[in-house]
Design a protein around this ligand. Structure first.
Ligand SMILES: Cc1cc2nc3c(=O)[nH]c(=O)nc-3n(C[C@H](O)[C@H](O)[C@H](O)COP(=O)(O)OP(=O)(O)OC[C@H]3O[C@@H](n4cnc5c(N)ncnc54)[C@H](O)[C@@H]3O)c2cc1C
Length: 418
């Protein structure tokens, strides 16, 4: 007899689970509350979808600071290379970019969603859109079915709960699955923002709102001066603080500090050593020797940054450049190599790229993704208390845990088969 599997949530985890369960012989229904599948996928990687990372399994785990070791079985069952091969089989070619980041050759996240749609059709998965699940029905600690918001009840033998986290709720990830699992006795580890914009203390940061800095390097230090992270790339100043790729990536490294008492040091000229930068400033000052200091930095810095730097340098902006002392030039050099900002918080979890926290991994069998509390209940994707750095790791987790949940939710257990 065919097993009946209901998958709740058509993100990458749920889509993969549904397709695999159907492939494995089950009768599968994929329930999605939106009117399309993969709504969040469409906005991933700035609309380009960084699908996975071209690296080995150990490195996938290392790049998953939130419970990475829970993922050995998932990654060994369905790895990043399996994912790339799977997408190719369904017509999507991929390419590798900086840091091993894998994208579709077309640079279109929509092509990833279309490919997954093709997969669901090929595997005869029944997709029911506009269907919000409200409750998981259980009898004697065993799954019986689901109740939808509209009152409809669907009976089934197993359920894959893949409703995602609470980040970007406009995409459908509103945390419904946490409530459903909690009602069944599962522990929800505190939900926290990860890969999130950061709040800053200094008021001058707000004057720079909208300024984007490319090719800078940043470092984060804790209260005792220990370096926690360093990275190179692009960042942006906002009305509340700082954001952009290097800031989002860096934020996961200070999650355990609750984003508090952290110093962010920006090297505005990472390609130049302090000596070289000093020489460069000297050359600029010769060129602009008849100008006032505040008008002498045009070749060195973006316009918006100049008044802030002049102010922070404590050098009188009205002063003529040929009167600036050696000591002052040194101070300016140091400032450009180490523009320091105090981080005192983060934007809320709904603005984070991922949700850290979620269903406690101790209550899930890592080899099957089945709940240790409720027979026939499986978890996949961001709903689980796992989170990774940027670089395609979070989608890899969704696909790999989805695959494992899909296989095991559709498996006929020996006593059931008899
Ligand atoms: C802006 C942004 C960019 C990102 N870019 C990347 C990237 O490039 N690479 C990367 O690896 N990761 C990226 N991520 C993270 C990645 O998108 C998520 O980790 C991933 O989508 C999680 O997959 P999931 O299937 O677990 O959950 P989701 O993708 O959140 O899907 C969950 C689905 O469940 C549905 N659902 C929820 N509740 C119910 C209910 N009650 N009934 C029915 N359906 C329900 C939701 O509507 C949703 O469709 C990005 C995230 C954001 C916000």
């Amino acid at each position: 007899m065919k097993k009946k599997v209901v998958v709740i949530g058509a993100g990458p985890a749920g889509i993969m689970a549904a397709g695999v369960a159907s492939s494995n012989g089950a009768n599968v229904m994929l329930l999605e509350k939106n009117d399309i599948i993969g709504k969040k996928l469409l906005i991933t990687g700035k609309g380009r979808c960084n699908i996975t990372n071209d690296t080995d399994i150990e490195s996938l785990i290392e790049n998953t600071p939130g419970n990475g070791s829970f993922l050995y079985s998932a990654f060994y069952t369905f790895s990043n290379s399996d994912l790339i091969a799977f997408l190719k089989e369904y017509g999507l070619d991929t390419k590798v970019e900086r840091g091993g980041r894998v994208f579709p050759v077309s640079d279109r996240a929509k092509d990833v969603v279309d490919t997954l749609n093709k997969y669901l059709i090929k595997k005869n998965v029944r997709v029911q859109l506009n269907s919000s699940v409200q409750k998981i029905l259980v009898d004697k600690k065993k799954v019986k079915g689901v109740a939808l918001k509209n009152g409809e009840v669907i009976e089934c033998d197993s359920i894959v709960l893949s409703t995602g986290g609470v980040s970007y709720p406009g995409t459908g990830s509103t945390g419904d699955g946490y409530d459903m699992a909690k009602k069944l006795g599962h522990t929800i580890i505190e939900l926290k923002p990860s890969l999130v914009p950061l709040l800053t203390e200094e008021t001058w940061v707000k004057e720079l709102q909208g300024l984007s800095l490319k090719n800078i390097s940043i470092s984060l230090f804790n209260k005792s001066g220990k370096k926690l992270y360093t990275d190179f790339g692009e960042m942006i100043f906002t009305h509340y603080g700082v954001s952009g790729p290097v800031i989002l990536s860096s934020s996961r490294h200070i999650l355990n500090y609750n984003f508090k008492d952290i110093k962010l040091s920006i090297d505005l000229k990472p390609a130049l050593t302090e000596e070289k930068l000093y020489e460069r400033i000297q050359r600029d000052f010769l060129k602009f020797s008849k100008k006032q200091f505040k008008n002498s930095l045009d070749d060195l810095l973006p316009q918006k940054l100049i008044p802030v730097i002049v102010n922070l340098s404590n050098i009188d902006g009205q002063k003529y450049v040929n009167q600036i002392t050696r000591e002052e030039r040194k101070t300016l050099t140091e400032l450009l190599k180490n523009l320091t900002i105090t981080i005192n918080g983060s934007r809320p979890v709904k603005e984070a790229i991922v949700t850290a926290g979620g269903i406690c991994t101790n209550e899930i069998n890592p080899s099957t993704m089945e709940s240790k509390l409720i027979q026939g209940l499986f978890f996949a994707g961001e709903i689980i208390d796992i989170d990774a750095y940027t670089g395609g790791y979070n989608l890899t987790i969704a696909f790999s845990t989805g695959f494992l949940a899909g296989i095991n939710s559709s498996e006929l257990r020996s006593q059931e088969a008899e």
